[in-house]
Unconditional design. Structure first.
Length: 388
């Protein structure tokens, strides 16, 4: 009755079962995986956000496949504030970056075509690829005093069926940005193999050194699809407003936009209230981002203070985003480590294998957890590591 593309293993994993057991027992869990900014003690302009959704113009139905011009202009102004000039006509609005991925996968790929995705990275792509009948092929990020793209594995992964390379800039969870040198090599590879770049920039604004990193929206060397939205830019994941920015040689970018417009016209998914509220929603970044960057930097400093008191664990370098990766002793699988930590200390972390780390000995922590529980959770984590 059901398609093979939805034949996923729907059984909860062992860590989820352990978490459910802890909740049922009434234990108070210190959640070091928290990624929902609306539940992280961030202060929002409630009246400004809610009033933006009361626009009477939302009662008028004005179907625009690429999205309302006023909303696209608001996105272009966001990039202009980052010294990147783009044409609003190069934008297609979507409800989410996930929908943006689906549009681009459909645009570029026949069933069974391949898209290259880095590992480690977050586990969303597998489901998106399954739903679009696309095959994911991994390439590696390597760590040596920082994260780098392993171009050997990237080039080796390319086949005649490869259509695109996915980049996450900065990566989640490693927090590593694509360097300028890597960008040049990626463009050269894409020109040689006639590939497109799909660049996820949802965490772009969260550089820990507060130095803005360049967006790929002005990458005109090869066909490039840059995805982002207010979910992270303004820490409003419940306000479904995202986009695809298309850049590249005119001979490729223009037909790509024409075809994307037909795809978007087929779904017309983004609703009028969100589009009309776009300037206000994007403007929220000016008050929300400083809070989050301060939280992340303070938690990272606290993590480093506690790590300095012991010798068992270490932190990998992170440049941006909301997460940190710890290297811990390999006394068991990462999943067993996380489950035992939850049962003994009621501290929740993510095992590295959730993000396709190649070996055991990695755990992933959220840096947007409120400071007090974060400090308590790290203290319990350090004690647990030293015991075992």
């Amino acid at each position: 009755m059901f398609s093979r593309r939805t034949g996923w293993n729907l059984a909860p994993n062992r860590l989820t079962l352990a978490q459910q057991e802890a909740v049922r027992s009434g234990k108070k869990i210190i959640d070091l995986t928290l990624s929902n900014p609306t539940r992280a003690g961030i202060e929002y302009d409630e009246s400004g956000i809610l009033n933006a959704l009361r626009n009477p113009k939302a009662l008028d139905y004005d179907p625009q496949p690429k999205g309302l011009l006023s909303a696209r202009q608001a996105v272009a102004e966001y990039y202009a504030s980052r010294s990147a000039q783009i044409d609003p006509e190069s934008l297609v609005l979507t409800t989410s970056t996930s929908e943006g991925y689906s549009f681009v996968f459909r645009l570029l790929c026949e069933a069974g075509d391949e898209v290259l995705v880095c590992k480690p990275s977050y586990p969303l792509f597998e489901f998106l690829a399954d739903l679009q009948d696309v095959k994911l092929v991994p390439y590696s990020l390597t760590y040596d005093h920082g994260w780098q793209i392993d171009f050997h594995t990237l080039e080796r992964a390319c086949t005649e069926r490869t259509r695109a390379i996915v980049l996450v800039h900065p990566n989640n969870p490693t927090g590593s940005y694509v360097s300028d040198a890597e960008r040049e090599l990626l463009n050269a590879l894409c020109r040689e193999r006639n590939l497109a770049l799909i660049v996820d920039e949802v965490f772009l604004d969260y550089a820990l050194d507060t130095q803005p990193r360049a967006s790929f929206v002005t990458n005109n060397d090869v066909l490039t699809f840059t995805l982002s939205g207010v979910s992270k830019i303004s820490a409003l994941p419940q306000m479904k407003f995202a986009w695809i920015a298309v850049s590249g040689p005119a001979s490729q970018a223009q037909p790509a936009m024409q075809r994307l417009e037909i795809i978007a016209d087929t779904y017309l998914s983004l609703n009028a209230p969100m589009q009309l509220a776009a300037p206000i929603l994007l403007g929220q970044r000016n008050t929300v981002q400083p809070q989050l960057v301060r939280r992340v930097r303070e938690n990272l400093a606290e993590l480093d203070r506690q790590l300095a008191r012991q010798k068992c664990s270490s932190r990998l370098e992170v440049q941006g985003g909301w997460y940190a990766v710890l290297r811990v002793p390999v006394t068991r699988s990462d999943e067993d480590f996380a489950i035992e930590l939850l049962r003994r200390e009621t501290v929740l972390v993510h095992p590295g294998h959730f993000y396709d780390f190649p070996t055991d000995g990695y755990i992933v922590l959220s840096l947007v957890t409120p400071e007090q529980p974060f400090s308590a959770g790290i203290s319990a984590l350090m004690q647990f590591v030293e015991q075992f």
